[in-house]
Ligand binder design. Structure first.
Ligand code: NAP
Length: 289
């Protein structure tokens, strides 16, 4: 994709913004899919510091940027600069995908769809299940709202307990799920493990380069659990290694990442990307790390 000879004055621009942004795999993933479909788009990455966010959004409108992915730390802060957001993104309180429709910036949350699809695609049946979500940040909010229409009960454990309680309240206020927010401690985790079927890590604990970290000690895990870690670098975190070792079914974050990207791609271009091409590109990048 380097030095693409087809880029011209009519080429439409997509991008991801974050701070920092240099490790983002979104440009490689999207450009591989765009190239395969011969679409006249290019996908770039911009490092936007929080103080420059408003100016960046004005720039997107002025220069007719067609689509924007938003990553840490802007997913919540960007909402006030958008013209409209969809009801799910509003409930979640975070936007990770924007489409420029005739100069209007419309926000959505495709992380929610991406995470749920990845889980369902493993054959996991959500109905009548109980989940324990570790973390209460943007990803935890997206996943808990995505699961809330089918799952019976959600426990949220977070280092900052107030944030967990707030998410539980938001879930109870706008969904049928029973939700409880607790502090993240081994004692609390121990008391919840037998009650739940699904454990989801949404914290960065275990992410490269701190690969030895884990949000829950192996001795607290049990083999009836389905363990889902949304980290994809590394593909097998310490949590997933521990869970596999005792016989749990597991899922990593790569399919969530690809699904959220594929939905954004389709929204922007009206074309379905080749998921396999996107996945191969990410696996290729991860293998080089
Ligand atoms: P975020 O909004 O900043 O939330 C981070 C969460 O992790 C918070 O609940 C935070 O707790 C907790 N946390 C951070 N450091 C911790 C530590 N040392 N010990 C315990 N808890 C800690 O970030 P996010 O957007 O939700 O992203 C979280 C993770 O999900 C990242 O690793 C990100 O790469 C991954 N992610 C993956 C995908 C995918 O497509 N696979 C998509 C989105 C995000 P406090 O509230 O106490 O600070």
């Amino acid at each position: 994709m380097l030095n693409n000879p087809y880029i011209n004055t009519r080429t439409k621009v997509l991008c991801v913004i974050g701070h920092p942004i240099e490790h983002s795999m979104s440009p490689s993933m999207h450009n591989a899919a765009l190239k395969e479909l011969s679409l006249d788009f290019v996908y770039l990455a911009f490092d936007v510091s929080p103080k420059d966010l408003e100016k960046a959004v004005l720039g997107f409108k002025k220069h007719d940027m067609k689509g924007i992915n938003v990553t840490i730390p802007h997913k919540e802060a960007i909402i006030k600069y958008l013209d409209k957001i969809d009801p799910l993104a509003e409930k979640i309180g975070a936007v990770n995908t924007i489409k420029n429709i005739n100069g209007q910036l419309i926000g959505r949350n495709t992380d929610a769809f991406g995470a749920k699809k990845a889980l369902i695609d493993t054959g996991f049946e959500l109905r009548s299940k109980k989940a324990l979500i570790i973390g209460a940040g943007g990803a935890a909010r997206a996943i808990s709202f995505a699961l809330s229409d089918e799952i019976d009960e959600i426990f949220i454990c977070n280092r900052n307990e107030k944030r967990a309680i707030r998410l539980a309240k938001d879930l109870k206020d706008s969904t049928k799920t029973t939700a409880t927010g607790r502090t993240l401690s081994n004692e609390v985790l121990k008391s919840l493990i037998d009650k739940v079927d699904l454990l989801i890590n949404t914290t960065p604990l275990g992410m490269y380069p701190d690969v030895e970290k884990t949000p829950i000690p192996q001795k607290l895990l049990a083999n009836h659990l389905f363990v889902y870690d949304i980290i994809y670098n590394p593909l097998k975190t310490q949590l997933l290694k521990d869970a596999c070792e005792i016989g749990c079914k597991t899922l990593n974050g790569i399919d969530m990442f690809i699904n959220q990207g594929a939905l954004a791609f389709e929204w922007w271009t009206d074309m379905k990307p080749n998921i396999n091409t996107m996945k191969e590109k990410i696996l290729e990048l991860l293998a080089k790390k």
